[in-house]
Each structure stands twice: as C-alpha cells, then as structure tokens.
Design a protein around this ligand. Structure first.
Ligand SMILES: *Cc1c(COP(=O)(O)O)cnc(C)c1O
Length: 348
C-alpha cells in the first residue's frame, strides 16, 4: 500500500491540479441550483442540480471538463488530429468535435452501431447533426467491434498521411480526463460551502467511469466524506464498479494523492439501465417530462434521464430518506433528445 502524501484540504488538491496542462474550453464554474418544485413534489430531501449541462461548448456536457486536460495533453504532444469513439449519439464525440474545431485540430469519430434498428433521427439528428456541422470525419463500425483496435487503425492511417494523431479513449475516461472531475469536486465543495448547503449525497449518471472516478478522488482527497452514488446506464453493477475503482486508483495516483479512495467508496446502482445502453425506459421518459414540467430543465434519454430516474426512485423508496440535501450532477446530453424524437413520449 502506497503512503498518501500530505493532502489536507482543497488548497493542496488545487495545487496538485494546477501542475497539469489545461486549455480553457468550459464555462466555469457551472451553477449549483436549488430545485424547489421537484423537492416539494418528491417530499424528501432538498434537491440541487450542478449544471454541468451548461459547460458551454457545443451545447455543453460533462466531457468538456475532461477535454480541458485531454486537449492540452494533445497540444503538448504536438498532435494535429484527434480520434475518439463512442455510440452514434455520443455526447463525448460531439464535444470532442467542437473542441477540435476551437483548437484547429482534425477530428475523426469512430462510431459503434451499438443500438440496433435505430430510427432516422438517431442516425442523423441530435449529436450526429452537430458532428457534421463541426466537420468531423465519421467512421461507423459494427456492434461489438474492438474500439481500441479500430481507433489504432485510424491513427495508423492518419500517420501515413503525415498527421500526428492523438487517441482519446471513449468518454474521455482515463486519468488525464478524470482530472476534470477532480476539479469539479473542488468547485462543488466550494459552492456548497459558500451557499451553506450541507451535502448529504451526490448523485449522477455513470458510464465510461471518468466522471465518478474524478469526483470520488476529489471528494475523498479533501476529506469531505460526501457519499457519491453513480447510476449506471450500461454495464451490470460489478463491472461498472470495478471500472470506476480501477480508474479512481489510477487517477488518485496520477494527481498525486494515492490511496485516498477505498473500494467501498465506489457505489454504482445499475438497476435503472432497462433493456440496455441507449434504449429508453419508461422511468427515464417520466423523469425527463417531470423535470421539464416542474423545473424547466432538459435531461437526456441515455444518461442524465436514467440517472435522474434512479435518483427519484432511490428517494421514493426511502434509500435517501435521511439525506437533507442531495446534489444531482447534470452531466448534459440535451442535444441527444433530438436523436430520440420517435422514441420519446411527450405526454405524461
Ligand atoms: C458521458 C456521459 C455521462 C457519463 O459520464 P462518464 O464519465 O462516461 O461515466 C453522463 N451523462 C452524459 C450526458 C454523458 O454524455
């Protein structure tokens, strides 16, 4: 077991983070807003939303925080092109395409046709429309393709053309990208302190694990002891928690705070996935309509909507009964709504 260095407060962690190259892409800090009508409706804890859907780049979302560190690394390595991968309606791909434009880099997106029999708007609207507007080059591969190999193939191709390619993993989830969410934890803690909100729980949708791993490292390294709950949108619990755990270990070490996260800190509830990744559920659809009509907020069908459905069910079933203040991190994805036009019910 590695010994943890002297990390005592948020200032120490800020110093550690400031050593990493970073480009400014996001509107920060994102607001922390109270949701009075949802809180009253559910009759449980006071609910707040951390508006990471408002990071500002190409309709916003959580990947922009990760890309501040990933793109800076790409620039430092003198990259001329970035390659990343995801599902066809990937929010990460869309934010990467936008960041690449802003920084003058070529962008190739490798899409796995993860959703079978996808309707027209899934294939052409929402994030895909924006990818085209950003001029990203799109390569589609069949479901089940090894995406790391596929991206390496594109990298070899680009290198042969004289480019210097930089591969960003799916969701921007490696230790570099997760730094964006270590930073978000610091931002959230400082906002909560300033506004006198004693956070009892933080909840968010978890997929490629970088958001949860980064938040965990940030919350633990500062000794805040606020429990974090990830709502899974893809893998079963054990696989999801292992993925988060591995990346949290790596991120803690990378940032200079090894040993701050314990295995039992990693909690992912994967009971709200439904039939699978990107397949709408009734509860997600209800949650999207509820938040729109009570608070004027938009959530997405693949991630934040399922995360919200999970949080609402956890409150309704009494699991978060003793919490007085719960913060839901809105990770974005609103553009994805347009890709789900045929699959979304708009009557409550
Ligand atoms: C990618 C994404 C997530 C999940 O974040 P990870 O870091 O991949 O776990 C949640 N919400 C939205 C809208 C996303 O695009």
């Amino acid at each position: 077991m590695r010994h943890s260095p002297a990390i005592n407060d948020t200032e120490d962690l800020n110093v550690l983070l400031s050593r990493f190259p970073r480009v400014s892409l996001a509107h920060l800090p994102t607001p922390l807003e109270h949701l009075p009508r949802l809180s009253k409706h559910l009759g449980g804890p006071e609910i707040y939303v951390k508006r990471d859907d408002c990071t500002g780049l190409g309709t916003g979302g959580n990947k922009t925080r990760k890309l501040e560190f990933l793109m800076a690394d790409a620039q430092q390595r003198k990259a001329t092109a970035v390659i990343t991968q995801g599902a066809v309606q990937s929010n990460h791909a869309r934010q990467t395409a936008a960041a690449a434009c802003k920084l003058g880099l070529r962008c190739v997106l490798v899409f796995e046709k993860r959703v079978d029999d996808a309707p027209e708007s899934y294939r052409t609207s929402g994030n895909v429309l924006l990818d085209h507007i950003y001029g990203a080059e799109i390569r589609e591969v069949e479901k089940g393709t090894d995406m790391t190999t596929a991206m390496q193939g594109v990298a070899d191709e680009l290198a042969a053309e004289g480019e210097s390619p930089y591969i960003i993993p799916g969701g921007g989830s490696n230790a570099i990208g997760a730094l964006g969410y270590v930073d978000c934890a610091l931002e959230l803690l400082s906002q909560a302190n300033r506004n006198g909100i004693a956070m009892d729980h933080v909840v968010h949708a978890t997929g490629s694990a970088g958001t949860q791993a980064g938040l965990l490292v940030g919350l633990k390294a500062t000794h805040s002891n606020v429990p974090l709950l990830g709502i899974g949108v893809n893998a079963p619990q054990e696989i999801q928690e292992d993925k988060v755990w591995q990346l949290a270990l790596e991120t803690a070490e990378f940032v200079g705070a090894p040993g701050v996260v314990q295995r039992q800190d990693v909690i992912a509830n994967c009971n709200y996935v439904g039939e699978g990744y990107g397949i709408p559920t009734e509860a997600m659809n209800d949650a999207v309509l509820l938040l729109a009509r009570l608070e004027g907020l938009l959530f997405d069908p693949v991630y934040s909507g399922k995360g919200l459905a999970g949080m609402i069910d956890q409150i309704n079933s009494g699991v978060l009964q003793n919490a007085r203040h719960v913060v839901f991190v809105h990770t974005g994805g609103t553009a994805g709504l347009f890709g789900y036009r045929e699959q979304l019910r708009t009557d409550a």
